[in-house]
Design a protein around this ligand. Structure first.
Ligand code: FAD
Length: 390
C-alpha cells in the first residue's frame, strides 16, 4: 500500500481537476493523487459551452489563460417553446472548447503543479479509522468523488443514484457551420417539454450541436431513445449533419444528494449539481471541486462539515431558486413569459443568464414581472380556447 495520501480524487473531469489544482495550490507539499479510468485526452459527451463563470473559476484555480486561444462567443439566441425569440449580447462572453481539449489541459495543469495522475478505475472504497482505503491498496485522508453522472463512489458510500425524474439525457455531435458563425443558439421544443436543441459554434468552422430532454419524457415517447434524440435534433436544427453523436445522462440539481459521507466529498455531476434550467454543469463542477479541496485541506479531521457549509454559502440560495424555477418551468408558458420579458428588457436577459449559467437568484420585481406576463398569457390562451369550444 502507498503511504497515506492527503487527498485522493476519483475522476479527472472539471470537478476532479479543479479539486487537484486547488489542493496543490493551497498546500504545495500535500500528497494529492488524481485517478481516472481513462487516459487523457479523452472525449466526454457535452455541449462544450464554458460560461464566463467557469472562466472565473479557472482564474481562482491559477489557470486564467487556459482557454484564451478559443474565440469568445458573446451572442446568445434563445427560442422559447412557444416560439418567442430573444437574441442579445451576454454581459460576459461564453466560450466553446471541446472537452477532449479542455479536460486534458486541466489534467496537464494539475500534473504541472505536482499532483500525481494515475490511470485507475475505482471499484471499492472502505472507511478505515482516520482515512479511507480505496481498492485495498490506496489510503486517503479525504476522498473527493468527482466520477461523474454514474458515480460509483456515490453508490459505494450508500447514497442512491440520481432518480429518473431528476435526470436528463442529451446527445451531442459536431457539424460544419460557417466559420464566422458566433451565436450560441438554444431552440426549445414544446413537445415533450422541457426539451431543447443547441448549436454552439467553436470558431473553427464546426459547432457542437445537440438535443436533450428529461429522461421520463423520453421514456414516455415509447420509441427507442436514440431514434427520438437523433430525430428531434434533426428536426430542430435541419440541414446540419452531425458526426460523433454520443449521449450521456445529466443529474440535475433538483435531485442532489447529501454532499458526501464521512471523509468522502461528492463534487460536480457525482453531487448532482447540473443546472435544471439549462443543463450547464461545468461551472458547478469547477466550483464544487475547488470547495471540496479547500475543505479537505483546511479541515482534514472533518472535511464534510466544512464542505457542506462552503457549498451552502456559495450555492445555497441559487439552488433553492432553481429548485422552484424548475417546478414552474414544467409549464412551457412560464418559460415563454420569462423569455418574452427578457426580449423587452436587457437587464432581465442578463439576470436569466446569471441564473441559468452561474449562481444567480431571482429578485422579487423580476419574479413579479414574469409572473404577470405568464398570467396574462394563460388568460389569453384560456380565452381563445373558450372561443373555439363548440
Ligand atoms: C450532452 C451533454 C451536453 C452538455 N453540455 C454542457 C455545456 O454545454 N456546458 C456545461 O457547462 N455543461 C454541459 N453538460 C454537463 C457537463 O458535461 C457536466 O456537468 C460535466 O462534465 C461535469 O463534470 P464532472 O467533472 O463532474 O464529471 P465528468 O466530466 O463526467 O468527469 C468524470 C470523470 O470520472 C471518470 N470516472 C468515472 N468513473 C470512474 C471510476 N470508477 N474510477 C475512476 N475514474 C472514473 C471518468 O472517466 C471522467 O473522466 C452537458 C452534459 C451532456 C451529457
Amino acid at each position: 500500500m502507498d503511504p497515506m495520501w492527503d487527498v485522493v480524487i476519483v475522476g479527472a473531469g472539471p470537478a476532479g481537476s479543479a479539486a487537484a489544482l486547488r489542493a496543490a495550490q493551497l498546500r504545495p507539499r500535500a500528497r494529492v493523487l488524481l485517478l481516472d479510468r481513462a487516459d487523457f485526452p479523452r472525449d466526454k459527451p457535452c455541449g462544450d459551452g464554458i460560461a464566463a463563470h467557469g472562466r472565473d473559476e479557472l482564474a481562482l484555480l491559477g489557470v486564467p489563460a487556459l482557454i484564451d486561444d478559443y474565440r469568445p462567443t458573446p451572442r446568445l439566441t434563445v427560442v422559447s417553446p412557444g416560439g418567442v425569440r430573444v437574441s442579445a449580447e451576454a454581459a460576459r462572453p461564453n466560450h466553446v472548447v471541446p472537452r477532449r481539449v479542455f479536460d486534458a489541459r486541466l489534467v496537464a495543469a494539475a500534473r504541472d503543479r505536482g499532483v500525481e495522475v494515475r490511470r485507475h478505475r475505482v471499484r471499492d472504497l472502505v472507511p478505515d479509522g482516520s482515512g479511507v482505503v480505496i481498492d485495498g491498496r490506496l489510503r486517503a485522508r479525504t476522498v473527493v468523488a468527482a466520477d461523474g453522472a454514474g458515480s460509483v463512489v456515490r453508490r459505494l458510500i450508500g447514497l442512491a443514484p440520481a432518480a429518473e425524474e431528476h435526470t436528463a439525457i442529451a446527445v451531442r455531435g459536431y457539424a460544419d457551420v460557417p466559420e464566422e458563425d458566433d451565436v450560441q443558439l438554444i431552440a426549445m421544443q414544446k413537445a415533450g417539454w422541457p426539451a431543447y436543441a443547441w448549436s454552439f459554434p467553436i470558431g473553427d468552422g464546426t459547432a457542437n450541436i445537440g438535443f436533450g430532454m428529461l429522461l421520463p419524457r423520453l421514456r414516455a415517447v415509447g420509441a427507442p431513445g436514440r431514434q427520438v434524440l437523433h430525430g428531434r435534433l434533426a428536426e430542430l436544427l435541419p440541414g446540419l449533419h452531425p458526426r460523433e453523436l454520443r449521449a450521456h445522462h445529466l443529474p440535475l440539481s433538483t435531485g442532489r444528494p447529501a454532499p458526501g459521507a464521512g471523509r468522502v466529498l461528492l463534487a460536480g455531476d457525482a453531487a448532482g449539481l447540473i443546472n435544471p434550467l439549462t443543463g450547464e454543469g461545468i461551472y458547478y463542477a469547477l466550483l464544487s471541486g475547488r470547495l471540496a479541496a479547500e475543505a479537505a485541506v483546511e479541515s482534514p479531521d472533518d472535511p464534510l462539515a466544512l464542505y457542506r457549509s462552503k457549498v451552502r454559502r456559495a450555492l445555497g440560495r441559487h439552488l433553492r431558486t432553481t429548485d422552484v424555477l424548475a417546478r414552474l418551468a414544467q409549464s412551457p408558458g412560464f418559460i415563454d413569459a420569462a423569455i418574452e420579458t427578457a426580449a423587452h428588457r436587457k437587464e432581465v436577459f442578463d439576470l436569466l443568464v446569471e441564473v441559468g449559467l452561474g449562481a444567480g437568484t431571482v429578485p422579487a420585481p423580476l419574479a413579479l414581472a414574469v409572473g404577470m406576463r405568464w398570467l396574462r398569457g394563460s388568460l389569453r390562451a384560456g380565452r381563445s380556447a373558450t372561443r373555439v369550444t363548440p
